[in-house]
Design a protein around this ligand. Structure first.
Ligand SMILES: *Cc1c(COP(=O)(O)O)cnc(C)c1O
Length: 374
């Protein structure tokens, strides 16, 4: 028998979250962001749930190929664009749209031999300082692209650094709006946080440049996977997002410990009263963060309790003091949804590890078997 650990991908939740993002975006078309193998879920496993998306956005050409192999004929966008001239041939062959964020990528397009012009998204660095043309160089990049026979429609794009926090998007919006106001083309601005927190009523469009935030295409990632982009200010439940990944494992041993007994490597947890503890078949080699301290929330048979001591490679100890009915073979839900419907938000576990839901999803280990459910 394989180790009793399982990750479950919830197709109905993926569908629900996509619908939720669509509602937030008004009339905007929705890129389902599936980079990093669909945030660790597996592109092939989320495809059914994201069928209603208007397109798929990702980074790796290999992932783009996989989306085409699944039969997707609609738009695919390379969020970092191409990395080498020969990638443009694949863009032609697979009909990929691609981001243009630097001069070198324009040079590659100019050198590309093709009869079929390509759709590009020209990226402005409006303050994130990662990818894109500086505002003062954006229009000359646009003009140069627009003159190339290799280029079809040019869309305008930027990315927000603080959509999830107090700085917000206003400053970057103002920069973007000032430079692009009279340029033709579709716009794409919002990640999950911008979409949920800063989308504004399209009716206000005429007067308020903030309205551009929603624009023509939105690019939600994390929200589609049921994690709140601005946790702990808001929870996934607050945004009406459902968990799309459950990580669960069985209790494979029970220990009764006495007062003064310790648990796990380094004896970081010491009992101040007699306790019953369960040993769960999940450790950091499965993708559960080793940095989760004693007290990290966990569900046992759907009942909230906590971890005890250090996470080891293959096991974690959990407190069964308040779960007397639990025993050998009971199920521990490390994050996601338990059989009784109780939810342990991945964000709550990530916060205990000092990180975000994104990282936990992406780090789900290869050795964990994955099942897709409805
Ligand atoms: C990853 C990414 C997104 C999605 O971000 P989330 O925070 O997961 O919604 C959107 N746009 C770009 C350019 C990205 O790289």
């Amino acid at each position: 028998m394989p180790r009793p650990i399982l990750a479950t991908i919830h197709t109905a939740a993926l569908r629900h979250n996509l619908e939720r993002a669509r509602r937030a975006g008004g009339d905007a078309r929705v890129w389902a962001v599936v980079k990093a193998n669909a945030y660790g879920h597996g592109i092939e496993r989320v495809f059914e749930g994201f069928r209603a998306a208007d397109g798929f956005a990702l980074l790796d050409l290999d992932e783009a190929q996989r989306v085409r192999q699944l039969g997707w004929r609609g738009p695919i966008l390379l969020l970092e664009g191409v990395f080498a001239l020969r990638d443009l041939e694949l863009c032609s062959r697979l009909e990929l749209w691609h981001t243009v964020h630097c001069t070198e990528q324009i040079d590659m397009l100019a050198a590309h031999k093709t009869n079929v012009p390509q759709r590009v998204f020209l990226k402005m660095n409006s303050g994130m300082n990662r990818l894109g043309f500086a505002p003062e160089r954006y229009r000359s990049a646009w003009t140069r692209l627009n003159a190339l026979p290799q280029v079809d429609e040019i869309s305008l794009m930027t990315h927000f650094s603080d959509a999830d926090g107090p700085r917000g998007v206003a400053q970057q919006m103002a920069r973007f709006a000032a430079i692009t106001r009279d340029l033709p083309g579709e716009r794409s601005l919002c990640n999950s946080a911008a979409l949920l927190r800063h989308a504004v009523d399209p009716m206000a469009a005429a007067t308020d440049p903030q309205t551009l935030v929603v624009s023509d295409w939105v690019r939600p990632g994390i929200a589609l996977y049921g994690s709140a982009p601005d946790y702990p200010q808001h929870t996934a439940a607050h945004w009406d997002l459902q968990p799309t990944m459950t990580l669960a494992a069985k209790i494979i041993a029970i220990q009764a410990i006495q007062t003064g007994g310790s648990v796990g490597y380094g004896s970081t947890f010491v009992a101040d009263q007699p306790m019953r503890i369960g040993v769960v078949a999940c450790g950091y080699a499965d993708g559960y963060p080793r940095s989760c301290p004693t007290g990290t929330p966990v569900l046992v048979d759907g009942v909230p309790t906590r971890t005890l001591g250090r996470v080891s490679m293959d096991m974690i100890a959990v407190d069964l003091s308040d779960v007397p009915q639990a025993g050998m073979g009971s199920t521990a839900t490390l994050w996601g949804r338990a059989a009784n419907g109780a939810v342990l938000p991945i964000d709550a576990v990530a916060a205990m590890a000092g990180t975000v839901g994104y990282e936990l999803m992406c780090a789900l280990a290869q050795r964990v078997p994955v099942e897709v459910s409805e």
